[in-house]
Design a protein around this ligand. Structure first.
Ligand code: NAP
Length: 536
């Protein structure tokens, strides 16, 4: 075994150099703190480093999905498209790392092997794979809510003789499917983006669908120069308005403040159609109760099924592509030509909802007693979301309490930011916060700013630790549940509930309370001297 190098003392140890880790490092340095980032990949970018499958792009408009913390940055950066494609987002992350001189604070290609809270020193001891160790006053998990790919345990997967790709772990070399027969498992957001492009390249594409997806057209295109100028004329005001929107975005087209049940059918369909033409998530704002009232939701669901029937020529395929669950209960997909792709003669849709994938063999896949052959397999099977990354770590709080034991029944936390038993550990954009329902960069900036202010507070008061109380944690779990009960989100099986991972405890993990209310709540907790936390 390699001898461990001397332990380096830092104020903050940050795990991950995606958008959260980069901004946390920048804020820490501006406060004069010594911070070190550990990043498993050889580059910055996090999500946008790994998810480089064909068609990968953000589903929130570029002018909104970007940092607001630096006026010069937001004025100078130019997005090329309405919805930035993955290469642009990765370029942006690299630009930010260079512009703010962050690279020398990041240890690349370095995984955190484990971290334990040392109660006598009141510090975290963090070991990196490779032998380095750190003693950190604060540990900030910026490892992302969607960063642990879900690889279903299909029997025989290792026997497949062709390449197997996962959308969330796509190779960095170009993948060329020309002339190949390709199979793809999954029809969530990643698949919906990848399928149209793979279908254009492959000789044959077979899509294995367990649950049909609702997808709204992105209506992507070059960024509108007039809109860009208008936003940039008052970017700070635009950001402030977005921070008051339920999802931290969408102030360009606020939701219609009426119930879908309050208007005659013809008017309702006209409102749906207007928003469908705008594209993306705009449709969910056509009325104010689409995600809170099942009857209103059913009307939108039927509107989208009508679009599918009008687009897909073969009625059997259209029926199979038409979802039956509540719309928006699983995250709405935003697509560019997804349903149209099923009109291509080289694309076949196979239902695996009633007869699951039995096994994979050297040449393909067996389901419903039938064999489907292909040369390459794509798993678009998503993530062990919100908890997967943390639970794969050896993370130990007070008394050696492991995160696996702490979270055996679900990810208990307070405000999403703190965990009882894990002092001075902050989690960015994880369970218990609105991140999954929010423009995640808005969510990240709010978390990082709150953490930075909290550390400044501890410093000013001469305090060494902050830790969520168990009582506050129990109250927060109830708060998160209550918020979910006011929505349609409990009416289907989604990754929000942990339902996509066999054996994962069912607990509704993200907070569906709206970003403004959540941010106000966090600010109020701070104002009241960090109510619900124990400061020592
Ligand atoms: P996902 O939404 O969880 O979709 C995974 C797909 O794989 C689902 O269709 C799922 O079916 C299927 N699947 C999983 N295990 C399976 C099995 N054993 N057999 C058959 N099918 C199986 O994952 P994702 O598409 O990667 O997206 C995850 C999240 O990432 C999104 O909700 C979104 O928040 C984010 N994302 C955003 C964008 C964007 O547009 N910016 C793009 C990609 C991802 P079931 O539905 O039946 O479980």
């Amino acid at each position: 075994m390699k001898p461990r190098a001397a332990t380096r003392a830092v104020d903050l140890l940050i795990v991950g150099a995606g958008f959260a880790g980069l901004y946390m490092l920048h804020r820490a340095r501006r406060m004069g703190l010594e911070a070190q980032v550990l990043e498993a990949s050889p580059s910055v970018g996090g999500t946008w480093y790994h998810n480089r499958y064909p068609g990968a792009r953000v589903d929130i408009q570029s002018l909104e999905y970007s940092y607001s913390f630096d006026e010069a940055l937001q004025q100078e950066w130019k997005w090329s498209e309405r919805y930035a494609p993955q290469p642009d987002l990765l370029r942006y992350a690299n630009h930010v790392a260079d512009r703010f001189g962050l690279r020398d604070g990041i240890r690349f290609s370095t995984c955190m092997a484990g971290a334990a809270f040392d109660e006598s020193a009141q510090r975290w001891t963090v070991h990196a794979e490779g032998g380095e160790s750190f003693s950190a006053r604060f540990l900030v998990m910026a490892s992302g809510p969607l960063s642990a790919p879900n690889r279903p345990d299909f029997a025989g997967l290792k026997d497949f003789t062709g390449p197997v790709y996962h959308t969330a772990d796509w190779p960095h070399e170009a993948v060329d499917f020309s002339g190949q027969r390709v199979g793809i498992v999954g029809t969530g957001s990643s698949a919906v983006q990848a399928i149209p492009l793979i279908a254009q390249q492959a000789r044959e594409l077979t899509v294995f669908q367990r649950t049909a997806a609702y997808a709204a057209p992105a209506r992507n295109g070059p960024l509108d120069a007039e809109l860009e100028a208008r936003v940039k004329a008052d970017y700070a005001g635009f950001r402030a308005r977005n921070r008051r929107m339920h999802g931290g975005f969408g102030s360009l087209l606020p939701p219609n403040p009426m119930s879908a049940l309050a208007v005659p059918a013809a008017e309702r369909d006209a409102r749906f159609e207007e928003r469908w033409q705008v594209g993306g998530f705009a449709i969910l704002g056509a009325f104010n109760d689409l995600l809170t009232n099942l009857a209103s939701n059913a009307l939108l669901a039927e509107f989208v099924r009508g679009k599918i029937r009008a687009t897909v020529q073969d009625p059997n395929t259209a029926a199979l592509l038409s979802p039956t669950h509540t719309i928006g209960c699983k995250r709405l997909c935003v697509d560019s030509g997804y349903y149209e792709t099923f009109n291509r003669p080289n694309v076949q849709l196979v239902d695996v909802s009633t007869q699951p994938i039995e096994r994979i063999d050297a040449q393909g896949l067996v389901t419903g007693g039938q064999h489907y052959g292909f040369d390459a397999l794509v798993l678009a099977t998503g993530f062990d979301a919100m908890t997967g990354t943390m639970l794969r770590l050896d993370l130990r709080g007070r008394g050696g309490l492991s995160i696996q034991d702490k979270w055996h029944a679900g990810p208990l936390n307070y405000l999403g930011l703190g965990i009882a038993g894990f002092p001075n550990l902050f989690n960015i954009a994880g369970p218990g916060s609105t991140s999954a329902f929010t423009n995640v960069i808005v969510a990240i900036e709010q978390h990082v700013d709150w953490i930075a202010d909290c550390i400044a507070h501890l410093h000013a008061k001469g305090l060494s630790t902050i830790e969520a109380s168990e009582q506050a944690e129990a109250g927060w779990a109830e708060h998160v549940n209550a918020a979910a009960r006011r929505t349609v989100f409990l009416s289907c099986n989604s990754w929000y509930l942990g339902a996509n991972i066999p054996g994962k405890p069912r607990m509704f993990m993200p907070l569906a309370d709206g970003f403004p209310r959540y941010a106000d709540h966090c600010a109020e907790v701070a104002r009241k001297g960090y109510e619900g936390f124990v400061l020592a």
